[in-house]
Design a protein around this ligand. Sequence first.
Ligand code: KIV
Ligand code: ZN
Length: 532
Amino acid sequence: MSSPANPDHDGDRAMPHVAIFDTTLRDGEQAPGISLDRKEKVEIAEQLARLGVDVIEGGFPITSEGDFEAVREIAAGVGTAEGAPTVAALARCSAGDIARAAEAVAPAHHPRIHVFLSTSEIHRTAMLHDASEDEIVNQAVEGVRQARGYVDDVEFSPQDATRTEHDFLLRVVEAAVDAGATVVNIPDTVGYAIPHDFGALIGEIVGRVGDRADVSVHCHDDLGLAVANSLEAVRNGARQVEVAVNGIGERAGNCALEEIVMALRTRQDLVGATTRVATPEIMRTARMVSDLTGYPIQYNKAVVGRNAFAHESGIHQHGVLADRLTYEIMRPEDVGVAGSQIVLGKHSGRHAFVLELERLGYDLDEAEVKRAFLRFKELADRKVEISDADLEAIVADEVATAEAELYEIAGIEVAGGTDEQPRATVRVRRTDDGSEVTQSEVGDGMVDAACAAIRRATGIDGRLTSFNVSAVTSGIDALGGVTVQVEVGDQRVTGRGVSTDIVEASARAFLNALNKSTRVTGRRAAATGATP
Ligand code: KIV
Ligand code: ZN
C-alpha cells in the first residue's frame, strides 16, 4: 500500500480514469434557497474548469431564459478554451426541451445533451399518467434519437433507477444505448441505494452495455451514502460519477465532488481508479460555491470543512507535531489548504496586492483591481493581517457582484441600547448619477433597522426571507459574511455582503439583493414543473 498522504502517482498510467461530471450548476442549484444568476454560474464554471472536471452540467435550459443564457455562455466560454471540458445541458425526453438544450450547448467544443425520463413504477404512475413500460421505452428511445440529431454525445438517465423494476431498468438502458446514448447514467434519485447492492447493479449494467457506452452514476445523499455508493459503482466499472461541490443538491444533496475525488486519490490502492482533478483547486472551489450559494460549509465537513485539518486534543497535536501522518491521511496542500507566506497589511502596496491575487489564481481587469484594492485598503485599516480567505472574500464581494450595481452604501450609522429601539441611518448612493439619499429607520434589531432604511432609500420593497451570517476569516477582527434571500414581488434573489461589521455586511448583502432584483432578466421558472 502506498503512503496515505503521498499516493504513488507513477502507478496512475495503468489505472482507469473516472470522469467527473459536475452538476453543481444544475442539481446543486436545485437545493432550496439557491438561485444563481448568469454571471455567478459562469464564474463557478470557470473555476470548475480550473479544477479540471471533465463535464460541466450548466443547467436545464428549458426552465428559464436565465438558465439558457448561462449554459450558452459557459459553452461559448470555458467550453471553447484549450482542453475544454464537455458542457452538458439537461432535457426531458421531449422535442422542445431537447431543441433548447441543443441550442444552449452548441458553441462548446464538446457539447452533450443529457436526457432523462422517470422509469420507476411510482414515478410512472404518479408523474407520467400511468404510462406503460412500452410507452416509457419508446419515449426514451425517441428522446435519445432526437438528441443524437443535434450532438454526438448523448447521456440518458432513467430517473429513480434504483426503485425501478430490475428487468425493466435493464430493458430501458439497453434500448437507450441501441438508440445511440453514449453514456447511460444510473441515478439513485432518492438516495435509496446501499453500497453492495448498488455496486452489484452497476456491475451487471456494465456487463450488459460493454464497450457501447460509458456507465455513469448519480447518487443522492438521503441516507448519507452518496459517496460510498459512487465509490462502489466505480469499483464495479462505472466510468463517470456525477457530483456537486460541497455535496449541494436536491434535499440532502448529491455525492460531494471533493469527497469522492479525495477518496479515489487517497485509496487508489483499493479502488484503482484516478481522476483528472487538480486537487489543490478544491478548497477555493468549495469556498466560491459556498459564497455564491449562501450555503455554509459545516465545520466538520470532510475535506473542506474548517476542522478537516485541525487537531484539538493534546495527544493528537503531539502526534501531528512529531509526524503529521499520525493523524492526517491527506496533505492539506493537496486540497489547497496551504497558508500564504506573504503577509498583506495596511502598508502593502498595489503591486504586492496584485501579485497575491495572481498567486490565488485571480486575473482581474484594471477596473476590478481598482475596486478590490480600495476595499482591501479599507479592510487593512480595521484588520492587522489580511489572509488568503480575506482576499477571496473581497474579490467575491467586490468584483463578482459588481455588475450593474445601481445602488451602493455610502455610509451607515447605528444607534440603540438595551432600553432604546435600534435605529439605523443609511446613506445610499445611485451609481448612475451620483445622487444620494439618507434615510433613518427603527427596527426590531440593528439589521432590521438598516434594511428598513435601505428599503425607503431605494424605494424597493424587498422582504428578507433568509439570513445567514458566517465568519469568513478567523480572529477577533474576522470578516463576517452575510448571505440573504430577499423576495421582491415574485422574484427571489440572493445577496451577499462582507465586512468586519455585521450590520454593515448585512446592509451590503440586502442592497446587493435589491440591486440584482433591478436587473434580473431570467431565472429558473418557479412553476414550469420541469425541475427533476
Ligand atoms: O436525481 C436525478 O435523478 C437527477 C436526474 C435528472 C439525473 O438529477
Ligand atoms: Zn439528482
